[in-house]
Design a protein around this ligand. Structure first.
Ligand code: GDP
Ligand code: MG
Length: 177
């Protein structure tokens, strides 16, 4: 955060975490570029994308980080988490094991953060209703238990993607202002 002639500036680091192939990279590309890739490779992807939104008449920027596949090797580095004030913890509603991993990701996040982090639990791929293996109620219950926001999204059909990122950004803004 800094200050310029036009007034205050807000720049917040947000990280996306969760098991491999839950749709982290596609959530980011959908939000930042309105793009979806059906065959996205873990190695393709940028470190972060910056998106702006307006809150209280101020420009608020979220610098959103993607793991670029590190999570496959259980080696998301502390540099990735450093300075993060927001996090999307993502699972895939069609793969139960990814939901069971959420606790571990939350633990990892808290180990690496020394400030309040605005956290949202994200059940992605809600377009895959026919092969759903985690109910909406289970997602909600876990989020309540852990004190997280909760939303089901689809990077494929865009459901709630923008909303999820904006709720987290708004919460960060409320935390610091
Ligand atoms: P990451 O490893 O968590 O970054 O996951 P990716 O974004 O690379 O996505 C993994 C796979 O899931 C890719 O084949 C995507 O096309 C697919 N995918 C991602 N989001 C969705 C979604 O919302 N719905 C569906 N049906 N597939 C998705
Ligand atoms: Mg990825």
């Amino acid at each position: 955060m800094g200050e310029d002639e036009e007034g205050e500036e807000y720049l917040f680091k947000v990280v996306i975490i969760g098991d491999s192939a839950v749709g982290k990279s596609n959530l980011l590309s959908r939000y930042a570029r309105n793009e979806f890739n059906a065959h996205s490779k873990a190695t393709i992807g940028v470190e972060f994308q910056t998106q702006s939104m307006e809150i209280d008449g101020k420009e608020v920027k979220a610098q959103i980080w993607d793991t670029a596949g590190q999570e496959r090797f259980r080696a998301v580095t502390s540099a990735y988490y450093r300075g993060a004030v927001g996090a999307l913890v993502v699972y895939d509603i069609s793969r139960r094991t990814t939901f069971e991993s959420v606790a571990r990701w939350l633990q990892e996040l808290s180990t690496h953060s020394d400030t309040t982090v605005a956290r949202m639990l994200v059940g992605n791929k809600c377009d895959l209703e026919s092969i759903r293996s985690v109910s909406v109620e289970e997602g909600k219950a876990l989020a309540e238990e852990e004190g997280l926001f909760f939303m089901e999204t689809s990077a494929l059909d865009s459901t709630n993607v923008k909303t999820a990122f904006e709720i987290v950004t708004k919460e960060i803004y409320d935390n610091v202002s």
